[in-house]
Design a protein around this ligand. Structure first.
Ligand code: NDP
Length: 288
């Protein structure tokens, strides 16, 4: 049976550590760190994520400057709000909760965020730093995957890593981070031929696909490390109740892999922990 990579437990440790560091430097700074999460519309999953982020902020002592906009808010109004937050000295991090309604240009909004307040690490400048292996704010989900692998001393150098999914949010930045850790990286996607043969070759297999239990046990090399980024809400037709499942068929996969992340309790909490950490870094950077 695979060992569980306990993202929830590690995220708690990171939060406790941040809480301590914030308490230590707050007297010098004269204010707590601040994070502004901007949410548009009423997508229930997004609302749950935003609530979760704000609660986590509260737990560690980060002030929330969240704003909630109606689904028909204009691009110009959002850009004006971001510009105001860019110059608001109480705010260290700004995050636009994705996805956005179709009439909004998310790239345009990301470009409006001051790169040093880009808590989600998705501004092209920060992505450029990642491509160049330079320091910069890193996107939270892939950064969370890397932090969890490091916590469990999973060796990466020389290993074959396969990332299924090539989004700018997860797949691409994660592939670059694994490459920086000297893994030999393959990115697979919906046009990959014979996906199962590709995934079976992986020492480290990451699923960031967005399809419930898409990666089955026969697609995993025995002893591989299986990282499940997917969060899918699946409704039970009998009870009408929804539950969260990952992109990996966990019950069978844990019999094949050597390490595996659960859903929930794996990469989700690590993503939030990295968001808080990024906000803290931007805050701390103002000390010098
Ligand atoms: P996207 O929809 O942007 O990307 C999905 C990727 O999966 C695409 O690159 C797509 O390929 C690939 N894909 C789709 N179908 C197949 C297939 N049949 N075979 C191989 N590849 C396929 O999703 P995200 O990257 O934004 O998110 C992925 C998952 O991670 C989702 O479940 C999301 O909810 C979750 N997530 C979790 C987070 C967390 O905090 N844990 C944070 C962010 C996301 P192609 O490019 O060819 O279309």
């Amino acid at each position: 049976m695979a060992q569980i990579l306990d993202g929830k437990g590690f995220a708690k440790k990171i939060q406790a550590n941040l809480k301590e560091k914030i308490a230590q430097i707050q007297p010098q700074m004269g204010r707590p760190p601040g994070l502004a999460v901007l949410m548009v519309g009423d997508n229930p999953a997004s609302a749950a994520y935003v609530r979760n982020k704000e609660r986590s902020c509260e737990r560690v002592g980060i002030a929330s400057f969240g704003k909630h906009f109606p689904a028909d808010v204009s691009q110009a109004e959002l850009e004006a709000v971001i510009q105001a937050l860019n110059v608001d000295e109480r705010v260290d991090g700004i995050l636009v909760q994705l996805p956005l309604p179709d009439h909004l240009d998310s790239v345009g909004l990301l470009l409006t965020i001051a790169p040093e307040k880009d808590a989600d690490g998705l501004h092209p400048l920060n992505l450029g730093h990642l491509v160049r292996s330079e320091p910069g704010l890193r996107s939270c989900t892939p950064y969370g995957v890397m932090a969890l692998l490091q916590e469990y001393d999973v060796p990466l150098a020389g290993k074959k890593a396969v990332v299924v999914g090539r989004s700018i949010l997860v797949g691409k930045p994660l592939a670059l981070m694994l490459l920086d850790a000297n893994a030999t990286v393959t990115i697979a996607h919906s046009r990959t031929a014979d996906l199962a043969a590709v995934t079976r070759d992986a020492d480290i297999l990451v699923a960031a696909v967005g399809r419930p239990e898409f990666i089955t046990a026969d697609m995993i090399k025995p002893g591989a490390i299986a990282i499940d980024v997917g969060i899918n809400r699946v409704e039970n037709p009998d009870t009408g109740k929804a539950r969260l499942v990952g992109d990996i068929a966990f019950d069978a996969a844990e019999k094949v892999a050597s390490y595996i992340t659960p859903v929930p309790g794996g990469i989700g909490p690590m993503t939030v922990a990295m968001l808080l950490q990024n906000t803290f870094h931007s805050y701390e950077a103002k000390l010098s």
